[in-house]
Design a binder for this molecule. Structure first.
Ligand code: GLN
Length: 203
């Protein structure tokens, strides 16, 4: 199994680590590596788009052509896990809590509208307990860093987690997305779920 973490900007190493641990726990053999170019993306079975700055990741992947390959592969069924900025990039619609409309490149695949910086700015970052019961995860830690919230869910989008009445994790078929960061805790249950999604598709 080949897992890639989009490594143009953001917390790449933490996601590589969490994915390797999750694979080991599941007894699955494979590689997890940082990917940047369309060529590196081509051979992947699953992709993680990490947290960071969605405008920056979007612009860079537009310039190097990665955004087109990522979109095609997801449309062809490749599982993808978008975290925070990654969730924003996957979405069809985005607005920022303070500045409103953002003109940023999007993959335009996940049928939701996200509100950027929904929980406040950097200084408002926090860690809390969340659950993802539809995925069989009763409780886990989630780190919220300038996190978005998820609104206007299309009918194919399943709520996976809520925090303070806001939707903070969803799944739409082969797309899994969270507004919090699971890779910044030592709990790899969501990465494990994602690796299982990839394994199921490969069967
Ligand atoms: N607020 C950031 C953005 O809009 C996302 C923050 C994060 O990924 N931790 O891109």
């Amino acid at each position: 199994m080949n897992i890639g973490v989009l490594g143009l900007q953001g917390d790449v190493a933490e996601n590589i680590n969490a994915s390797r641990q999750a694979m080991a726990k599941l007894g699955i053999k494979g590689t997890v590596k940082q990917v940047k170019t369309p060529e590196e993306l081509a051979s992947l079975d699953g992709l993680i788009i990490p947290g960071g700055e969605s405008t920056m990741i979007g612009q860079m992947s537009l310039v190097n052509g990665a955004i087109k390959t990522i979109k095609e592969k997801i449309q062809a069924g490749m599982p993808v896990f978008g975290i925070c900025a990654g969730l924003i990039l996957l979405s069809k619609n985005v607005r920022d809590k303070t500045v409103g409309k953002t003109n940023q490149p999007l993959l335009d695949l996940l049928d939701v509208r996200v509100e950027r910086n929904s929980f406040g700015r950097q200084k408002d970052s926090f860690e809390t307990e969340v659950s993802a019961e539809p995925l069989g995860i009763q409780r886990m830690r989630g780190v919220f860093i300038r996190s978005p919230s998820i609104e206007d869910l299309g009918k194919n989008v399943k709520v996976v987690s809520k925090f303070n009445e806001k939707v903070v994790a969803v799944q739409q078929g082969n797309i899994l997305a969270t507004s919090f960061h699971p890779e910044l805790t030592n709990d790899v249950s969501l990465h494990r779920y994602f690796i299982s999604m990839v394994a199921t598709r490969k069967k």
